[in-house]
Design a protein around this ligand. Sequence first.
Ligand SMILES: Cc1cc2nc3c(=O)[nH]c(=O)nc-3n(C[C@H](O)[C@H](O)[C@H](O)COP(=O)(O)OP(=O)(O)OC[C@H]3O[C@@H](n4cnc5c(N)ncnc54)[C@H](O)[C@@H]3O)c2cc1C
Length: 596
Amino acid sequence: MSDNKNNPHRSPEGEQDARPAKPGDDLSEFDYIIVGAGSAGCLMANRLSANPDHRVLLVEAGGRDNYHWIHIPVGYLYCINNPRTDWMFRTEPDKGLNGRSLIYPRGKTLGGCSSINGMIYMRGQARDYDHWAEVSGDDEWRWEQCLADFMRHEDHALLDDGASSDPGQHDFHGHGGEWRVERQRLNWEVLDDFAIAAEQAGIPRTKDFNRGSNEGVAYFEVNQRAGWRWNTAKAFLRPALKRSNLTLWHSTQVNRLLFAGGEQGMGAETRAGTGATDAAKQASDLRCTGIQVVRDGKVINLSAKREVVLCAGAIGSPHLLQVSGVGPRALLEEHGVEVVKDLPGVGENLQDHLQIRSVYKVTNAKTLNAMASTLLGKMGIGMQYLFKRSGPMSMAPSQLGAFTRSSDDYAHPNIQYHVQPLSLEAFGQPLHPFPAITASVCNLNPTSRGTVRLQSADPRQAPAIAPNYLSTDEDRKVAADSLRVTRRIASQPAFARYKPEEIKPGVEYQTDEELARLAGDIGTTIFHPVGTTRMGRADDPMAVVDSRLRVRGIQGLRVADAGIMPTIVSGNTNSPTLMIAEKAAGWILESAVGGD
Ligand SMILES: Cc1cc2nc3c(=O)[nH]c(=O)nc-3n(C[C@H](O)[C@H](O)[C@H](O)COP(=O)(O)OP(=O)(O)OC[C@H]3O[C@@H](n4cnc5c(N)ncnc54)[C@H](O)[C@@H]3O)c2cc1C
């Protein structure tokens, strides 16, 4: 292909990502094709391309991560709900939220959600991973094994000097990897006192949330480097792009997966029936052979000799599977999609953390509301960042964290706090004109389950996202109890000097029923959708992937992103997703060596 415009190795936006073809290269054939350059996809591209013999293509729907607000931490506020960086999804009206529909941010740029997220470094609890091992029947998912994969790519700032006064730091943290973890660069007196109040309310101080039990209160650690956001594009992708065997196509949406084989060729299962013998035959025959993209108005098919790896996230991966004919038969047929493989679990089992944001108006306190309300204040904030890379512009939106129990019914922490020195009516709205803090609390282990379902056979049309929040009695009870825990903390002596006034949800509401309804009024996503392509044992009909993340009944296809979590982790989901990708990459490379 001499015409660069039609050369699939050329990025649509310029030369930077183009890779010169070597003589004899088939320009449409790779060993591995990775769909999505988000949190998982960037790590995956790095690992698979480390062997120069592997030709790897990474395809991302969003553009480059060259928007300044991606890199300045506070810019999070400007990346959410911005079509330059966000898919701009909305949820279906949700009964548990009293009929409200939420904006549902998902990163659409290199780095994916890691380019627009809150940067909190959190692994969850050991019991989360031990549970995955039980559900999947594979001890590789036990906490000890997962810990090794967390540490494999970690670069913890407390180990920068080669030693730490805390010996535990070496046992639980890595250094020299790509994924930078630092302490935050500012603190707030009002949050310091909130932490003391939490202690007075019975939540112990912790020095590290990431050793298997995150119980306690502390400032979060963040994925930043010297005051800049550290997204996965910078960490994993940029260094790998120097390799001539890695090709990146950004601004290119994958429209569907391509298949071959099965009982009667592509789409066999629809025609061949679903008897056990057929299923066994398809399991050995049906193969994902590549992807289809549209570039410059042209349909291009690209083939993967070894594997296609889906890293399109908990919304993008099930949607792509469904429009490609892999999903619940009835749903696909309803939308006129030919069934390639009837997998009822695709798009089911959506889990998310619902944050319930209590707002306390305070007096005698410095908060961002007041600082950012005057021109002088704004200039001061700008100067602090310019000269010291600190101050509110370096700020992760949630600074102080706490993990505790909503009631004595729980043997382990089942709620998480994100405490912010600011308040607003809703994301995208201005800060309140009075000093206030927000104590956001979420149920870490919700029992409500939602769905992601295609609405059309056209891959460009967004799927219907229905989280189904607060749809179980247990979740409504935890919501009510967690609001009571918030009140208990705010009423402790250490916080009294701020004369906290609960303006949301409002002290007049006290019963379980009232509080659960209010949780529905003020609850919103904390941006952690997972579970929609979940892993499980062979006899689990709703499992989409096996414990090594291979899509059931289809060769050459894996999912390695947040969607594979059978149950949501008890904490933020970004670094657990990287751990998943790290494991998956290891298995993919092992298969390559074994000729699998
Ligand atoms: C606003 C926000 C705040 C958050 N805060 C935190 C936090 O502080 N800490 C934390 O741990 N977690 C946080 N999270 C969650 C965390 O970032 C995600 O769980 C994690 O990034 C998911 O990674 P992923 O690889 O599964 O998906 P993503 O990072 O979403 O990557 C998927 C990629 O695939 C691309 N894609 C999708 N479909 C296609 C297609 N058809 N063709 C080509 N490309 C496609 C997308 O554009 C995207 O780049 C937050 C998330 C958001 C949105």
